[in-house]
Structure formats: C-alpha cells, structure tokens
Design a protein. Structure first.
Ligand code: GUN
Length: 251
C-alpha cells in the first residue's frame, strides 16, 4: 500500500501512521510518501501515475484534506480505480451506487461490518443517517440500502432533526460536531453508530454522540475512540487485500 500525505495536518499524521502500522502488523508492505504542503499539484499527479504503473503497488491512498492549491477531485480521479483502496474514485462510487463490486469507502464498510458482527437486524430497519458527506453519509446510505434497510439521509437543513432521528432503529451520526446527538435525538432501544472523531471544549476526543446521555437509552452504541475508527483501518486492509487479489488474477 502506498500512503501519500501532503502537509502537516496533525490529525492526518495520526491516521496515516495508524494505517502504516496496521499494514506492518498484517504483513503488508507500506510505502509512505510525505510531501511538503507547498507541493505542486502536477508533482503529486506524477507520483500517483508512477504508483499506478508500479506492479509492486496494489493500493494507493491519498490522505485528505489536501492543501488548498490542489483540486481534490482531480487528484482522486487520477488514481487507478483498481488501486483506489479508499473507494473515493468516481468509478468506485458509481459501481457502489448501482450495486456492483467496487472498492467501498472504508468507514461506511466498517459501519456495516460492525452492525453485522453484532447481528443487528438490517432488513426493513429504519436507518437515519445524520450527515451527507461523500466519504461517509452518502456511501453508508448506499450500503444500508443494499442491506434492505429503509434509509433517511439528514443534514444541517433538515427540519425538526431530533424528531426525524427519533424514528430511527439504527442512527448513524456522521456530522463532525462534538457530542451534538443527545438523548433527545434517540428512540429508546435504538442502535447508535458514532462515526465522529472530535475534540470537545476540554480537549478530550469525543464522537458526534453525547455518550453520557445516549448510552442509558440505546440498545447498543459504538464508543469513541475505539468504535468505528479501528473498523475503518480494518476495511482499508481488506480493500488492499481485495485489490491485490484482483490485480494478480487470484479472484
Ligand atoms: N480523511 C478523513 N478520512 C479519510 C479517509 O478515510 N481516507 C483518506 N484518504 N483521507 C481521509
């Protein structure tokens, strides 16, 4: 797996290190490319093209966010879709949308894997997603649809958000706002998946869900840290292994 980081965003550095460490622990080789923040877009495109052509590389990951001078869409689109282990390339997003085999975005894939591991019933379940990002909200909606859930995507303009959220059997919080989802948003007995990683006013790492008020009424709730985060890394390794097998003609 080739892991590219541009600049010094501290959160990105932690994520990238965790990803490289996970590769090593599972016996995959990882190549790290740490480029300065002022890197020209053209130079990054050239590096990606070199990795696209390199037969020893089966996965390419470009950590987001990228610096302002770079066009994120252009960079992601330049990755060979068969090596796009983040599942961000428009081809993989399109394949997911029409229900075909794709490299699926890691955090959404991790959410589904977690729900299945705990045998949470998905067929016909009312699933409310808070957040409509390309990385989490939209792809997790596609995956839940594939599992035959009834899906509602909500966002900052949704009217009466707490009431909509209270309809959920499964509530997925992916907003990026520390502890925004309080007990008022949760139906007693609901399953709550917290995708957020934020720092609260006290500097503590917390999710998008107010764990203290929600955990007493939820049937199940994923913690932050230690819930969805490790699942994202696991799915990244799965994607890399899948990409390897497809590229080498094993599957
Ligand atoms: N930035 C935040 N989450 C992610 C992720 O899953 N992959 C990449 N490449 N960048 C991110």
């Amino acid at each position: 797996m080739a892991v590219i980081q541009v600049g010094e965003d501290p959160a990105s550095s932690i994520y990238v290190n965790n990803k490289k460490k996970a590769c090593e622990e599972t016996g995959m080789l990882s190549y790290g490319y740490h480029l300065p923040i002022e890197t020209d877009e053209h130079d990054l495109l050239e590096l990606i093209e070199q990795l696209n052509q390199d037969p020893s590389v089966h996965g390419i990951l470009c950590q987001l966010p990228l610096p302002k001078q770079m066009n994120e869409f252009k960079i992601i689109s330049s990755i060979n879709p068969s090596k796009d282990v983040d599942g961000f390339h428009p081809v993989n997003v399109g394949l997911l949308t029409i229900g075909k085999d794709a490299l699926v975005s890691c955090t959404p894939a991790g959410v589904i894997e977690m729900l299945k591991a705990y045998k949470i019933p998905l067929v016909g379940a009312n699933c409310v997603i808070v957040g409509r990002s390309n990385i989490v909200g939209k792809p997790v909606a596609q995956l839940m649809l594939k599992e035959h859930a009834t899906v509602t995507i909500t966002h900052s303009r949704t009217k009466n958000l707490p009431a909509v959220c209270r309809q959920a059997d499964i509530l997925i919080a992916a907003i990026g706002k520390a502890e925004m989802i309080t007990a008022e948003y949760v139906k007693p007995g609901a399953v709550v998946i917290d995708v957020g990683i934020n720092r609260n006013a006290a500097g503590k790492v917390v999710g998008d869900v107010d764990f203290a008020s929600v955990s007493p009424i939820a049937e199940a709730i994923s913690p932050v840290p230690g819930g969805v985060g490790p699942m994202t890394i696991a799915m990244l390794l799965m994607n890399t292994f899948t990409a390897f097998q497809r590229i080498e003609g094993i599957i």
